[in-house]
Design a binder for this molecule. Structure first.
Ligand code: PGA
Length: 263
């Protein structure tokens, strides 16, 4: 059975002064068997979140939102994968906001992925089409290109070992309040697993969790988790609200129980 995962991407919200309390509140409201919980605060809040959760909820994983593609060097303002040791065990790579705002290409994202894996971080690789691409009906081709570009240089066996997670996040659904339908998201996760079927490679797409992301809330999470091909959510705006996270993780717990019983 694949992990059922709820990851919260706090984006550029919270401060070192308040992040610990927020993480504690969310952790306390989301203690549900069978669900892997991940909180991804800004870099400067990682230590505060780690310290806050260390005693009460050590099973809540902590992730970074990005990582640099080099190990060290003259890269002002950047953070490399080895620097995250002791602070994070997961990392998001290829988020559409970084593709858009930092000009990240699929090849660069692939290098980040390699660094993350080398450092023992569990990666969440984000893919997803823009609105114009969806309207042109090329969403599958876009996601295939993103996956091929990012995964080209990373050995499939290492991806499997690192327990790669993919997040399908249609750009038009992120932060817009306009979520994809469960059916569309399931169709895309099917296309993603098909794209990950690499002949002769040591990567079984059936073992790779696929999350949906884009305006996920406690009100719509059920629609996604009702789809057998979707294994959880990458949550942005709602991940800052304890009530929302409580609802989302509770629903994920039902899925984990049902799938565990069926397995
Ligand atoms: P959203 O963000 O839930 O606020 O739409 C999702 C994401 O960007 O991961």
């Amino acid at each position: 059975m694949r992990d059922v995962i709820v990851a919260g991407n706090w984006k550029m919200h919270s401060t070192p002064a308040d992040a610990g309390d927020l993480a504690l509140t969310i952790a306390a409201r989301t203690r549900v068997a069978g669900v892997v919980r991940v909180i991804c605060p800004p870099y400067v809040c990682l230590a505060a979140v780690r310290d806050a959760l260390a005693e009460s909820d050590p099973d809540v994983a902590i992730g970074a939102q990005n990582v640099h593609h080099e190990l060290q060097g003259a890269y002002t303002g950047e953070v490399s994968a080895p620097m995250l040791a002791g602070l994070a065990t997961w990392v998001i790579v290829g988020h559409s906001e970084r593709r858009r705002d930092a000009g990240e290409t699929d090849a660069l994202i692939g290098r980040k992925l390699g660094r993350a894996i080398d450092a023992g971080l569990r990666p969440i690789l984000c893919v997803g089409e823009r609105l114009d691409e969806r309207e042109a009906g090329v969403q599958v081709a876009v996601v295939r290109r993103q996956l091929a570009g990012a995964l080209a240089e990373v050995d499939a066996g290492r991806l499997a070992e690192a327990r790669l997670v993919i997040a399908y996040e249609p750009v038009w659904a992120i932060g817009t309040g306009r979520n994809a339908s469960g059916r569309d998201a399931a169709a895309m996760s099917g296309a993603i697993r098909e794209a990950l079927t690499l002949p002769g490679q040591d990567l079984d797409p059936e073992l790779i969790p696929i999350l949906y992301g884009g305006s996920v809330t406690s009100a719509n999470i059920a629609e996604f988790l009702a789809e057998p091909s979707i294994d959880g959510a990458l949550v942005g705006g709602a991940s800052l609200k304890a009530d929302e996270m409580a609802g989302i993780v509770a629903r994920a717990g039902l899925t984990a129980t049902a799938r565990g019983a069926a397995a």
